[in-house]
Design a protein around this ligand. Structure first.
Ligand code: NAD
Ligand code: MLT
Length: 311
């Protein structure tokens, strides 16, 4: 009998293949290339992806042997979980693999936006020594509004409180008493928008969260507020953010994610006070190794017909 086929559709840590072991036929494809994906997925038992591969209803329908979709990371917004479940395909992810890594990037963007690190670095390398132009603001005593106090939001709150920031959060699914244990005060979204000097977004992308920080929300913020989105593109509406930056209604933004990715040419990139990274939230050696090993283990168990425990 031939070995089950595992399709790796994005670049994953080499630890992934090691953790799968010798019992599988490993194939590779570029999952971001739709035609390539739809052709490669037809006869595989499992597919391993990150965020660039869309395993939607069409891809599930094209995959007659598919038993597992394994997402080497947190967000499942690129997988049609309901279509997969209806087709009897298990969907697994690695929900804690990159949370520290993602939280660290969000903190890095926040500090960079506060202190103009990215534009000052770019200017200096162009031969410009402009100390006054890149004067920033302190974090100590400022209020950080965390939108989504889940795993990553809580890690960001913990880390930024070490900088002396006061932390408030909006998350209707978190008990205020639980937040209080973390030293975080739960507010309504409107209250958070009104009191925050910095806002950091850590929500999943769902129909409720898309555009949550949009035109209306951006009319309620403090004029100097700096906003970080290292969760998913579109939760902070890009057109509304552009207008707020253009009109000087906010102080800056740190962005890791975009409504459409890859994103190499956004109107937002023209602003000196926008620091932008190309969806690097999970991109450390440590997180990629953890994610790869975690999903490889889940795939092994699932294809052996065994129970896949919650990670
Ligand atoms: P999590 O599930 O632990 O936390 C999400 C929090 O959002 C939860 O506390 C939940 O109650 C809250 N929430 C959900 N819907 C909400 C709503 N409508 N309004 C307010 N709060 C709401 O998830 P996490 O591990 O903290 O990750 C958050 C997101 O970050 C992921 O879904 C993923 O999309 C993104 N992410 C991005 C990167 C990256 O590379 N940039 C890396 C990892 C995760
Ligand atoms: C995630 O949700 O885990 C991130 O977007 C990281 C990734 O794409 O690998």
């Amino acid at each position: 009998m031939s070995n089950p086929v595992v399709l790796i559709a994005e670049e994953l840590s080499p630890a992934t293949v090691d953790a799968l072991g010798p019992d599988f036929e490993i194939r590779h494809c570029n999952g971001a290339d739709r035609a390539e994906l739809l052709s490669a997925i037809t006869d595989v038992d499992a597919i391993l992806i990150r965020s660039a591969t869309k395993v939607d209803a069409e891809a599930v329908a094209a995959a007659s042997k598919l038993k597992v979709v394994a997402r080497a990371g947190v967000g499942l917004d690129n997988v049609d979980v309901s279509a997969a479940t209806k087709a009897g395909v298990m969907v697994v992810n690695a929900p804690t693999s990159n949370i520290v890594t993602a939280a660290e990037l969000a903190c890095g963007l926040l500090i960079s936006v506060a202190r103009n690190i990215a534009p000052a670095n770019a200017a200096l390398k162009q031969g410009e020594w402009k100390r006054n132009k890149y004067t920033g603001v302190e974090l100590a005593e400022k209020t950080l509004g965390v939108v989504g106090l889940g795993r990553i939001g809580a890690l960001v709150a913990q880390r930024m409180s070490a900088f002396g920031m006061k932390i408030v959060a909006y998350d209707p699914y978190i008990q205020p008493a639980r937040a209080a244990q973390m030293g975080v005060k739960i507010l309504s979204l409107d209250e958070l928008l009104q009191v925050s000097d910095f806002i950091t977004v850590h929500l999943p992308k769902t129909p409720e969260t898309v555009g949550l920080i949009g035109e209306e929300a951006l009319r309620k913020v403090k004029p100097h507020v700096r906003i970080v989105n290292a969760a998913r593109g579109g939760i902070v509406d890009e057109e509304a953010l552009f207008a707020a930056l253009k009109e000087g209604r906010i102080g800056g933004a740190g962005l890791d994610v975009y409504a459409k990715e890859p994103c190499t040419d956004s109107p937002l990139f023209q602003f000196d006070n926008v620091v932008a990274t190309p969806h690097l939230g999970a991109s450390t050696d440590e997180a990629q190794e953890k994610a790869g090993i975690s999903v490889a283990r889940s795939v092994r168990l699932a294809l052996a017909g065994e129970l896949v425990p919650d990670a």
